[in-house]
Design a protein around this ligand. Structure first.
Ligand SMILES: N=c1c2ncn([C@@H]3O[C@H](COP(=O)(O)OP(=O)(O)OP(=O)(O)O)[C@@H](O)[C@H]3O)c2ncn1[C@@H]1O[C@H](COP(=O)(O)O)[C@@H](O)[C@H]1O
Length: 116
């Protein structure tokens, strides 16, 4: 699975499956889903802080740590989306919609001021 390009979709599908039919055994995903938005949001806050901490760690070890922390953040974000019955494909579609549009232009189109 780790080498497959669509692991994000597979994880998103798994969240929906776990939500619909929680397995009998231990499942971290199910423990997150049982805690709902407050629990998952708390983990996302923690994971975001860990990404920031890892961001400027030196060398290859620091880079490897940063990758792991970003993976944790993305994983928990996918679980949050699933908790709200949203598939990862909605995020991809939104990023696809924005692709090629300057962030400054895109933010102006939201009607709430300048980017950055
Ligand atoms: N991709 C993940 C995944 N990424 C991160 N995690 C868990 O997220 C948690 C991260 O929490 P913490 O940061 O508190 O962990 P930590 O050990 O303190 O880490 P650091 O603080 O050192 O960064 C750990 O328990 C990780 O195991 C994940 N748990 C599950 N998955 C996927 O979800 C699938 C289903 O999982 P279960 O529902 O548990 O079977 C698995 O097969 C995996 O494919």
């Amino acid at each position: 699975m780790a080498d497959q390009p669509n692991v994000l979709h597979a994880l998103s599908d798994l969240v929906a499956d776990r939500k619909a039919s929680p397995p009998a055994g231990r499942s971290y995903m199910v423990s997150l889903l049982n805690g709902g938005v407050p629990k998952i949001s708390g983990k996302i806050t923690e994971e975001a802080a860990e990404v920031v901490e890892a961001a400027d760690e030196p060398g290859d070890e620091g880079k490897s740590h940063l990758v792991k922390e970003v993976a944790d953040l993305v994983f928990h974000s996918i679980v949050l989306l699933g908790c709200r019955d949203l598939p990862w494909s909605e995020v991809e579609a939104e990023l696809g919609r924005r692709f090629g549009i300057s962030g400054i232009v895109e933010k102006e189109s939201r009607g709430n001021g300048e980017a950055g």
